[in-house]
Design a protein. Sequence first.
Length: 120
Amino acid sequence: MSYMLLIIEPVGQRRTRTEAEGQEAYASMVRFGQGLKERGLLLASESLQSAAQGARVTVREGRASIVDGPFAEAKEMIGGFFLLSCKTREEAVAIAAECPAAQWCTVEVRGLGPCFDDQG
């Protein structure tokens, strides 16, 4: 089954690091991803730009509403993701615990599947 590890970080956290600290954090994530690839678990991964460069789009009654970032009400942002192929949820959770980002943010584990049969 496929699982996504969502890297959820506090808004503004990246600005608190020096350039060297930011580069090392990124390098540790690249190494983590490479290790997952070597283990045959990695399907895809990407780092995402800050929410300040993002946009939120909603369509109601045929009208699109677009809100450009940064988003004042947001306390967290998705900083990136790893898409994995794991045998079980427990395996995906164990891998999330290995992720370097778990030391400075939250790693959310989500299974992929249709939203219409979601039990939650």
